[in-house]
Design a protein around this ligand. Structure first.
Ligand code: PMP
Length: 287
C-alpha cells in the first residue's frame, strides 16, 4: 500500500511532499482539482477528467498544463504505487509568489498528483442505501462563485458536509439561492418520480459531474426516461427514489432524507438498474 505524491514531476512518499507556503493555492484556495479513481489499476474516464480540469483552469485564468504530460505523470506515479486500486487527485495551483491578489508572471502553476490506496464504499451501503439531510446552507450562487469551477476553495462544501456529519448522515443536499435542488456537498443528485429520472440542470449552479454525465448516458441506453430541469426543494419529499453520484461513490442510493424514508425506504429498481449499467460502463462486475 502506498501513498505517493508527485509535485511538478517529483514523486515522494506523502509525508515528504512539499509545496511552498506562499503558493496561492495554499494562501487563497486559488487552485483547481480533479478526483479520479482506478478500476483494474487504470485511471477511469481520464479524458473527461482532464478536459474538465483544463476547463476549470481556463475559468480561473490558470494556464492549463498539457493533458498528455499529466496523463504520463499519473501513470508514472501509479506505477510506483503498489495499490490494489488507487484514489487519484490532480491539483493545479496558481503557484508561489508574493503575498497579494496581484496576478504576476512570477506565478508558475504547480501540478500535484496525489495517489492513495482507494477506500471503496462498502457493498452494504449500496444494498441498504445511505441517509442524507437537506442543507440549511445554500450552494454558492453562480454569479458569486460558480460551482462549475472545480476549485480547491471548498468551504461552501465543507460547511455543508458538517451538517450531514452533525446529523450522523452521509451527505447534505443543497438547494441553490432560488430554492431549487442543486447538488450534494460532494455529489450530484438524482431523483426518480413515476419512473422518470430527474436531475438538476447545469443552469441550477452545479458541478457538471462526470458520473452525472455517464448516468444520463446509461439511462438513455437502458431506456429510462431522463430529464434535466429546475426542481423545487419540495420535490425531494415527493421522490420515489433518490440517489447521489460521484467518481468515488458511483451511484449510491439515498434511502432516508432528514430522518424520513425515501419511497419505501429501500434502494429502488431504477437506482439499482442504473448502478448495474454504470458498473458495466466502467467495465467492472456489479457491486
Ligand atoms: N458535485 C460536487 C460539489 C463534487 O465535489 C463532486 C465530486 N467531485 C461531484 C459533484 C461529483 O463529480 P464527479 O462525478 O465528477 O466525481
Amino acid at each position: 500500500m502506498s501513498q505517493l505524491i508527485n509535485v511538478n514531476g517529483r514523486i515522494t512518499p506523502a509525508a515528504e511532499a512539499v509545496i511552498p507556503v506562499l503558493d496561492h493555492g495554499f494562501l487563497y484556495g486559488d487552485a483547481v482539482y480533479e478526483t479520479l479513481r482506478t478500476y483494474g489499476g487504470a485511471p477511469c474516464l481520464a479524458d473527461r477528467h482532464l478536459r474538465r480540469l483544463a476547463a476549470s483552469c481556463s475559468r480561473i485564468r490558470i494556464e492549463a498544463p498539457d493533458p498528455g504530460r499529466i496523463r504520463d505523470e499519473i501513470a508514472r506515479t501509479l506505477g510506483e504505487a503498489v495499490n490494489a486500486e488507487s484514489y487519484i487527485r490532480v491539483m493545479v495551483t496558481r503557484g508561489a509568489g508574493a503575498i497579494g491578489y496581484e496576478h504576476t508572471s512570477e506565478l508558475k502553476p504547480c501540478v500535484v498528483i496525489i495517489v492513495l490506496e482507494l477506500q471503496p464504499i462498502p457493498a452494504e451501503r449500496y444494498r441498504s442505501g445511505v441517509s442524507a439531510v437537506l442543507g440549511r446552507r445554500r450552494r454558492n450562487p453562480v454569479d458569486a462563485l460558480d460551482p462549475a469551477i472545480k476549485s480547491c476553495n471548498l468551504l461552501n462544501n465543507l460547511l455543508a458536509h458538517m451538517e450531514a456529519q452533525d446529523a450522523g448522515a452521509h451527505e447534505t443536499i443543497l438547494l441553490n439561492t432560488r430554492g431549487d435542488i442543486a447538488e450534494g456537498s460532494h455529489t450530484n443528485v438524482f431523483l426518480v418520480r413515476s419512473g422518470v429520472l430527474k436531475t438538476p440542470s447545469l443552469r441550477c449552479g452545479i458541478l457538471s459531474g462526470i458520473t452525472r454525465e455517464v448516468t444520463i448516458e446509461v439511462a438513455e441506453s437502458e431506456g429510462v426516461p431522463a430529464e434535466e430541469g429546475e426542481y423545487p426543494g419540495e420535490d425531494l419529499d415527493r421522490a420515489d427514489e433518490l440517489f447521489v453520484t460521484s467518481t468515488l461513490q458511483e451511484i449510491l442510493p439515498v434511502t432516508r432524507l432528514g430522518g424520513r424514508p425515501v419511497g419505501d425506504g429501500r434502494p429502488g429498481p431504477v437506482t439499482q438498474k442504473l448502478h448495474a449499467a454504470y458498473r458495466r460502463y466502467v467495465g467492472v462486475p456489479a457491486a
